[in-house]
Design a protein around this ligand. Structure first.
Ligand code: ADP
Ligand code: MG
Length: 484
């Protein structure tokens, strides 16, 4: 602990636990479907997830492969040897009475993720990440005297990533959640749909006045947005400081997050590991990964966010543009491909992607798949700007059709009468009338105020409805005003 800001004299400390659902077709220990999106409650379930007596688990190979991939996304390698343990607890959404998890020998040990807060890069250590099966879902209908259990999610493969207590502010916790999200998204091990609970964050928060000693922590569970991670941490820091200032103590407990009230609330006091009576899982053999297998997995790791950022920085975009491109891997790879080919084209398209096209996506007028598919048309459109056939303003008017209908931009620009006018005599006509209409600006130019020429070019552009070639307009204006 050396880089922290204190809050009212206290050092906040945060560690995150993050559950990631792996995108497999079937569950972790059975052939039951792992896709319950359109299933009715308890439809995507078989005897294994129901915990029927005698039902035996069989480990899903694909889940192991995805967990191994996740290790590289956490900047480490998977372990050659890992194994499963039983974690016992009683709850209606866990019919077996125990969850198959990894305790002593997890598949991932160590690693880190990078975060960037206030322009400063920092490494957040990963303690471990283990494979486990998800539990089902209980709901408690309001006003009813019963609860409902849906086991569709029971048995879904997860990895639980545990970070070191390396964060010291809500902003760092949020950045870490985001970084974990992007790493998993790029490694393509999960659908990372936060809204549907594909990734869930638990934040462990404590405060302490003594830099050499951590305070007692609370654990706020099941946060499903970056914003709620940030808000829950802020809330816990303030709540714990207030308790301590009043002379009270923080209780080690599990808390929930009430999004409507923007508050955490107490759920239960925390179990210690020994309460779970962990024991080796006798029905699932250990996972043994050879070095060759691990090397093969490493080959599948694509360019990850950090490298994407540094490539994007080579065409000098601002940091918010970089982040918005990084958040969509298919778009990021598209722009990188362009950068390798032609930086000027890449920059024009990057500006669209973070400006007009981003708006079209937000308004659900186009989606990113269509944008990436329209690659060749977008390149043609950018080329038309570069060769002065089209103004950049008019090019933007064509984006939506170029993307959704995949029409030839040349043809479209012609049809719409948007092609740039590079015909000297027709631009000259407009230049002359602009000179007549703007005697003050003309005088300014003659008196050496070079800025005024820009104003006059603007007038020519407006009068030609964006069609005049601006370089030509400028050249004609200059020669007119120098000669008269
Ligand atoms: P569990 O929650 O399962 O009991 P751990 O004791 O391993 O597991 O801790 C879980 C998380 O809590 C880790 O991310 C760890 O960094 C974090 N953590 C542990 N102690 C503290 C503390 N005093 N303050 C803040 N975070 C902590
Ligand atoms: Mg925990």
């Amino acid at each position: 602990m050396n880089d922290y800001k204190t809050v009212s004299g206290y050092i906040p400390t945060i560690g995150i636990e993050c559950h990631v659902q792996l995108k497999t077709k079937s569950k972790l220990f059975s052939g039951e479907s792992n896709d319950a999106k359109s299933a009715k409650p308890n439809e995507a379930v078989g005897h294994v997830s129901f915990g029927m007596p005698g039902a035996l688990p069989v480990l899903n190979k694909k889940a192991v492969e995805l967990a191994a991939k996740a290790a590289f996304a956490l900047n480490t390698k998977p372990q050659n040897y890992s194994k499963f343990d039983r974690k016992h607890y009683f709850y209606p959404d866990l019919p077996k009475g125990y969850q198959i998890s990894q305790f002593e020998e997890p598949i991932i040990l160590g690693g880190y993720v990078d975060i960037l807060v206030d322009g400063e890069k920092k490494k957040i250590g990963i303690t471990r990440a283990h494979m486990e099966e998800d539990a089902g879902k209980s709901t408690h209908p309001a006003g009813k005297d019963y609860s409902l259990v849906d086991l569709n999610r029971a048995g879904t493969p997860l990895i639980e990533i545990v970070t070191e207590p390396d964060m010291h502010s809500a902003a760092e916790a949020k950045a870490c959640a985001k970084s974990l999200y992007l790493q998993m998204k790029y490694a393509d091990v999960s659908d990372v749909d936060l809204y549907n609970g594909n990734m869930r964050f638990d934040v462990n928060v404590s405060v302490s006045k003594d830099p050499s000693k951590l305070g007692t922590r609370s654990e706020t569970k099941n946060l499903n947005s970056f914003k709620s991670v940030e808000r829950a941490v802020e809330f816990e820091i303030a709540r714990q400081i207030e308790l301590l200032e009043k002379g009270g103590g923080v209780v080690q407990e599990t808390r929930g997050w009430d999004d409507a009230k923007q508050k955490t609330f107490s759920q239960r006091t925390k179990e210690d590991a020994h309460d779970y009576r962990y024991m080796p899982e006798p029905d699932v053999p250990p996972i043994v990964l050879t070095d060759e297998y691990i090397d093969e997995i490493q080959q599948q790791i694509p360019i990850m966010p950090d490298e994407v950022r540094s490539k994007l920085n080579s065409i000098s975009l601002d940091s918010s543009q970089v982040e918005s491109i990084v958040s969509e891997p298919s778009v990021a790879y598209f722009i990188i491909e362009l950068i390798n080919h032609d930086q000027e084209t890449a920059k024009i398209i990057a500006n669209w992607v973070t400006g007009e096209i981003a708006k079209l996506v937000i308004d659900s007028k186009v989606n990113w798949d269509e944008v990436v598919k329209a690659k060749n048309s977008l390149i043609t459109l950018a080329d038309m700007i570069k060769s002065n056939q089209l103004s950049s303003t008019n090019a933007k008017l064509l984006l939506i059709d170029v993307i959704t209908n995949n029409v030839d931009p040349n043809k479209l620009a012609k049809e719409r009468g948007l092609l740039q006018d590079s015909d000297e005599s027709s631009v000259e006509q407009i230049v002359l009338s602009v000179i007549d209409d703007n005697p003050n600006a003309v005088n300014d130019v003659k008196n050496g105020e070079t800025k005024a020429i820009g104003f006059l070019v603007g007038q020519v552009m407006a009068k030609s409805q964006g069609k005049a070639n601006p370089a030509l307009a400028k050249k004609l204006l200059e020669s007119r005003l120098n000669n008269s």
